[in-house]
Design a protein around this ligand. Sequence first.
Ligand code: ADP
Ligand code: MG
Length: 251
Amino acid sequence: MVQFDHIQKTYQSPNGEIRALEDVTFSVAEGDFVSIVGPSGCGKSTLLSIAVGLEDASGGTVLLKGRPAAENLQRIGYMPQRDELFPWRTIWANVTLGLELRGQKDDVHTARVAELLDRYGLAGFREKLPGQLSGGMRQRCALIRTLATDPELLLLDEPFSALDYQTRLQVSDDIHAMIRREGKTAILVTHDISESVSMSDQVVVLSARPGQVRAIHNLEDLRGLTPMERRRHPRFSQYFNSIWKELDHSG
Ligand code: ADP
Ligand code: MG
C-alpha cells in the first residue's frame, strides 16, 4: 500500500551539508502496523515529513497505492511529534479541528467524531479544556482528531514520548486497540525498541545518521496480541535483543 523507494535527504546548513537519509527503501502492506525505530537524529521525522510533502526528498519517492503520497493527503492522517491540543479550545473544538480546516465539518463527519469520543470513553469531556484531562486522555483525543477525517493511512511520530512510563504502557495499549479496531494501516516512528516490538507487525530498523535501513523484522509470532501481551511473550526479549544489537553497532 505504501512504498518508500530509495529515499535520500540532504539538508543544507551553514556548516555544509547534513546527510539525513541514505537510500531508504521499504514497503507497508494494507492493514499492517509498521514501526520505524532508530536513534535520535537519524531522520525518522524527516521520513514522515517527506511522505506528507512538508519536506522534499533529495532523491526517491514515497508512493501510496502507486501514486505520490504527498498528492493524496486526504488519505493520510499525520500526527506530528509534539502534537498538542490547543489549550484554549474545548476537546470538541480540538478533535473537529482537522474537519474544520478541510471544510468537512458536516453532520456525517461530526457524527463520526462523536462516536469515536463515545467509543473511547471521552464523550463526557467534550466541553472540557485539554488541561482538565490526563495525559493519556489528551493523547487519545489527539488520535481521534487524526482519525476524524477517516484517513486510510496513519503516520504517528513518537506519539508517546511526552508521557510518563506507566501512562505510556496504558496509552500504547489503548491506541493500538483503536487503530486495529478502526482497521487502519499505520506507521509509527519511535526511538524506543520496546515500543516498536510491542506495537507492530513489522519493525524497520534505521542506523544512526544518515538513516539507512539496517534490518526489517517481521514479528509473526506476536501478530494479533496486544502490546501488554507482547511484553510478556517469550519472543519479546529476543526481538528486543536483536534490534538492540543492530542499533548498537550502527554508530
Ligand atoms: P529524528 O526524528 O530521527 O530524531 P530528524 O528527522 O528530526 O531525526 O532529523 C534528522 C537529522 O536532520 C538531524 O541531524 C537534524 O538535525 C537534521 N535536520 C532536520 N531538519 C533539518 C532542517 N530543517 N535543516 C537542517 N537540518 C535538519
Ligand atoms: Mg523526530
